[in-house]
Design a protein around this ligand. Sequence first.
Ligand code: HAM
Length: 423
Amino acid sequence: MASEEFQPLQGMADLAAPEIERWQHLESQARNLLSCYGFTEVRTPVLERVELFVRSLGDETDVVQKEMYQFEDRGGRKLALRPEGTAGVMRYVAARGQDAQDARLYYIGPMFRSERPQAGRRRQFHQLGLEAIGAAQPALDVEVIALHLHLLRSWGLSKCQLHLNTRGLAGDRVVVQQQLRERLLPHRDRLCADCQRRLDTNVLRILDCKNPTCAELVSQLPPLTSFMSEEAKAYLNEVCRLLKLLDLPFEQRPNLVRGLDYYQHTVWEITHPALGAQDAIAGGGRYVLNIGGRSIEGVGFAIGLERAIVALAAEQPDIPPTRLPLVWIIAQGDRAYEDGLRLLQSLRWRGAAAQMCLDRRSMKAQFRAADRAKASFVIVRGEAEMEKGIFLLKDLSTGVQEELDMPALMDRMKPLERANQSA
Ligand code: HAM
């Protein structure tokens, strides 16, 4: 058992090869696709004022109440590690005023929630999220949902399911909460202790409760839309109509509310069957946020990358290769060593992945090092090769060996250089 000192904090993980290759693959595919839809990247700080999250996400949400990592810095400022990305991006958008009117921004990075760690729930996790700024318009919501599905599909995830609902307008919220409270109040004693409190503080959270009795009571409630304005229902109907027009499969979930209070109109969640109890791979919706006196409307989503990786590992167990094939130079003797250093530099400058042992080991030890590094080719320069003025190129996957002079070797290396790779 490794010493605790070697371990990251509970609920957090080191990410390294070989899994990191899958992450890099997803990220680079996403960057390409998002730029086709007109999105550019924004990198906001991981630390923000606590106030930003309390006011944006809602002070009665679980994220704010229970899950934020908060502290005071040496200057007494109340700070939080970001639990999600939307609030920070909206702070950035608010600061840019008119310039950010139709901004399309995406972000990739770590988020922090101090939840009880379990499968699918981490204290540091990563989101790929995006926000399309713009007033309420069903076609924009549908464009973002279409992009969401396209992105997951482009990663190779074919078993995702889209669940859709509406949170209605700000005015609907009061009526919905009132109606829910009235219907649940007679059953107060059957609700779990948390939900009894939620009845007074934030009744919508009861709809997410996993307690079987609470879930059963919730299943008997009428759909939330039945308490909403005609405008909210018409907006949802138009979103559904456009999704059908584009042949995008979805399921309406009449009690889906999502855990953050900034949403208005469309909300959705995407699940994947490989994820178990925490089956939401991503969530999104349309929102209105007020920051520094500015009201910002937009629509966006965030994908939990750890969960996307688990889903992908289930659908596609083989990690797609992202590395260039590695060439290992093996040299014996002083002159061969120095020739090797020059060859190493020249291969790297031409864009190939090349390495060599710099500590003058035996040939056998150099071959072992090449093996450990999973090199695809070795270029051997021993005494015999020096005498003949050639290089021995060995393809380690086939065992085929060739004796080549320098120009022929460089020719053979061409397909291994980055500029010639399609990836
Ligand atoms: P969210 O539903 O809180 O939405 O998080 C989005 C995704 O992040 C979840 O579906 C899940 O995959 C992942 N996630 C959340 N918490 C954890 C955790 N503790 N461990 C692992 N993965 C987790 C938001 O954050 C909104 N900002 C999304 C959004 C953007 N809405 C509009 N724009």
